[in-house]
Design a protein around this ligand. Structure first.
Ligand SMILES: Cc1cc2nc3c(=O)[nH]c(=O)nc-3n(C[C@H](O)[C@H](O)[C@H](O)COP(=O)(O)O)c2cc1C
Length: 358
């Protein structure tokens, strides 16, 4: 029996297997509009056997884009452009999911292949002033403005509006991006949140914005599978950690989240981290054991045997992969062979003749 290729049921939604595509920015949009690149890119993973395909970080407001080339969902034209992409994922048997995001103080940066290096895009070149919990810059980036309470209300509403558009566009699952040093993570971590109002200080206060966002998304998209991505570690002294993540994940579940996607890092430039195969699996396992919630493990998981072993050990309920899908868009079809039974994977009928080499 393969766990990797067993369906999983989450909050009434059935996903055909447990090998999913993690969100990955393509930095290939104009005015936040997904296009032909995003369509082919995302649909190919569904044909390649993924259980769920999660879009890249999709900005709920223009100023929430990581780079000017990020996709968004702050208007109806964007929702219309997303609709055929969600349909293409679904038509190939995978659950279409969208990651709702705001980049906070790490917005308005050069895309990795712009040729302009790291750092902030000046306003004269299409950038904008960034927003954050406090006026504390990410090292090497322009200083952000601190969000006012009125702006926080607008931000929560923008998450809700984008969630409603995502559902109208055909997405079945929504992932709130609270990881990688972007806005919601910036509120969670004491290293970036120095506020002394109801959104700073105690853990309850630092988690307040995330829980309001989850409430807004849940209210706007009551039938959607609601997931949250956390960085379970800042990999920095005095930062956000596993214990705080577990507590807030439990609160998130009380507010309607049904799945926790466990990543790490991204809040500070100099992280005390060593990466390697499965390097974040212990974090997923820690959250799973502390909360009893269904969790996903991600990070350098590159083969069917490795993924199956993670599930068999009880360290996670789902495996997400990023770069392995870029190397091989048919990763799930290949992974089934790696665990010894190529028939386990959901081969598209037109590909069946390739199922066996002999
Ligand atoms: C090109 C690229 C873009 C990414 N963009 C996002 C993103 O939009 N949102 C997110 O939460 N993580 C993003 N990530 C992180 C991945 O989702 C994943 O967590 C990370 O790459 C580790 O998994 P891997 O070793 O399987 O690639 C990105 C990673 C890559 C390689």
């Amino acid at each position: 029996m393969s766990q990797l290729f067993s369906p999983i049921e989450l909050d009434g939604h059935t996903v055909r297997n447990r090998l999913w595509v993690a969100p990955m920015c393509m930095y290939s949009a104009v005015d936040g509009m997904p296009n032909d690149w995003h369509h082919v890119h995302l649909a190919q993973f569904a044909a390649g056997g993924a259980g769920m395909v999660i879009t890249e970080a999709t900005a709920v407001l223009p100023e929430g884009r990581i780079s000017p080339e990020d996709v968004g969902l702050w208007n109806d034209a964007q929702a219309e452009a997303w609709a055929p992409i969600a349909a293409a994922i679904r038509a190939r048997g995978a659950v279409p999911a969208l990651q709702l995001a705001h980049a906070g103080r790490k917005a308005s940066t050069w895309s990795p292949f712009s040729g302009r290096g790291h750092g902030s895009v000046p306003e004269a070149e299409g950038g904008w002033e960034t927003l954050a919990p406090s006026q504390v810059a990410f090292e090497g980036y322009a200083p952000p403005a601190a969000l006012t309470v009125d702006q926080l209300d607008e931000l929560v509403a923008a998450f809700g509006a984008a969630a409603a558009r995502a559902v109208r566009a055909g997405f079945e699952a929504l992932e709130v991006h609270a990881a990688h040093g972007y806005l919601l993570h910036e509120f969670l971590s004491p290293l970036s949140n120095h506020r002394d109002d109801a959104y700073g200080g105690s853990l309850e206060n630092r988690a307040r914005l995330l829980l309001r966002v989850i409430d807004a998304v849940h209210a706007a998209a009551p039938g959607a599978l609601l997931m949250v991505r956390f960085s379970a570690q800042d990999w920095a002294e005095g930062g956000w950690d596993l214990a705080q993540t577990a507590t807030v994940a439990t609160w998130a579940a009380e507010h309607g989240a049904a799945f926790v996607d466990v990543s790490s890092g991204g809040l500070v430039a100099h992280q005390q981290i060593t990466t390697g195969p499965g390097y974040q699996v212990p974090l997923a396992a820690g959250i799973r054991r502390a909360t009893g919630l269904p969790v996903g493990a991600v990070g350098e998981i590159t083969s069917g045997t490795q993924a199956e072993a993670i599930l068999a050990a009880g360290d996670a309920d789902v495996v997400l992969a990023g770069r392995e899908w870029l190397r091989d868009p048919h990763f799930a079809l290949r992974a089934a062979g790696e665990i010894g039974d190529t028939d386990l994977a959901p081969w598209p009928a037109p590909y069946l003749r390739a199922r066996r080499r002999a």
